[in-house]
Design a protein around this ligand. Structure first.
Ligand SMILES: Cc1cc2nc3c(=O)[nH]c(=O)nc-3n(C[C@H](O)[C@H](O)[C@H](O)COP(=O)(O)OP(=O)(O)OC[C@H]3O[C@@H](n4cnc5c(N)ncnc54)[C@H](O)[C@@H]3O)c2cc1C
Length: 288
């Protein structure tokens, strides 16, 4: 079945308007952002919303701005806009590295950061980066606004802290330390595919040793993961072979990927460990 079921369409003009439409239509309504996860799900009839509330007319949801030592990105900012942004290039280059390996230009022109992180699909690339960077999500709903750390947002596959009637309006990311090294390593079956396994690393080096480190994992569990023990395994080391091995093993200990067309569980954990090792090595080479 490649045709969505009948659906009513509404274009919101402001966040308040979108919230009132969601309240009016209740659980039958879904927010439409870039549509590059939702529309394919609707075509397969895995999602059958009665109403779509399109956010494209809400000007306040776009844009990338610096706020002191943080970067605030509007939910409707596209992956293409992340790639084109000088602010992101300077402050958060790991976002550009990851955005460049999401799908293809057509998807990146429409797909939004907000949709990518709100979707709750373990295959989405941005959520693991948000955990690694310590990002917070602003959620606005009928009872006002609240901030939820990315690390508290993901509860299961397609199950997040978003309450009915809420919209994710922006993402706030603290600036990583000056001179940090970063890498996003993604293994995929072909260009444009979701990750078989991927790892994000942000670290700092001092005197040839790892001073701080955060590691995030994509598509290796039903939610994105922060590999805390793996990061601890390399702090204070020069990333010698033994500490890299310890980090890979610690990361593999928390992986529980699905066995699917991307491979059996053991294979995906094995390559997950390799992604962690490669990301650590590449991040360290970039650190100043
Ligand atoms: C061929 C193909 C390959 C792809 N490959 C990858 C890949 O490798 N990596 C990757 O990360 N992604 C991939 N994607 C998905 C793509 O990045 C999507 O654009 C993204 O997952 C969702 O963003 P969207 O703006 O399109 O959201 P939509 O599809 O519009 O929405 C997705 C879900 O999030 C909800 N939602 C959207 N915005 C908000 C908001 N602001 N507040 C609350 N809820 C919201 C919607 O209601 C819906 O449930 C691929 C897509 C395609 C079609």
């Amino acid at each position: 079945m490649q045709v969505p079921a009948y659906v009513e369409y509404e274009k919101a003009t402001s966040v308040q308007h979108a919230l009132s439409l969601l309240a009016k239509f209740g659980p039958e309504a879904r927010v439409l952002a870039g549509g590059h996860s939702l529309i394919p799900m609707m075509k397969l009839r895995l999602a059958t919303p009665g109403h779509l509330v399109d956010l494209h007319g809400v000007a306040g949801l776009k844009g990338i701005r610096r706020d002191g030592n943080k970067v605030v990105i509007g939910a409707m900012t596209t992956q293409h806009e992340l790639l084109a942004s000088d602010e992101i290039k300077t402050s958060l280059p790991i976002l550009q590295e990851a955005a460049a390996v999401i799908a293809d230009p057509q998807v990146r022109y429409r797909g939004t950061l907000g949709g990518n992180v709100a979707n709750g699909d373990p295959g989405n690339d941005m959520p693991a980066l948000m955990l690694t960077l310590g990002a917070a999500y602003r959620l606005e709903g009928p009872n006002g606004a609240r901030e939820v750390m990315a690390s508290d947002f993901y509860q299961g596959a397609y199950f997040t802290a978003l309450e009915p009637g809420e919209i994710l309006t922006s993402v706030t990311i603290p600036l990583p330390a000056a001179g940090h090294g970063y890498a996003y390593e993604k293994l995929k079956r072909k260009v444009g595919d979701y990750a078989t396994a991927a790892a994000a690393v942000v670290l700092t080096m001092a005197g040839g040793k790892v001073a701080s480190c955060a590691i995030g994992l994509t598509n290796l569990h039903e939610t994105p993961l922060l590999a805390t023990d793996a990061a601890k395994a390399v702090i204070g080391t020069s990333l010698d072979a033994a500490s890299l091995k310890n980090a890979a093993v610690a990361a593999q200990a928390i992986m529980s990927p699905a066995a699917d067309a991307r491979g059996p569980v053991e294979y995906r954990k094995h390559v997950g460990g390799i992604m962690v090792t490669r990301a650590l090595q590449r991040a360290a080479r970039r650190a100043k």
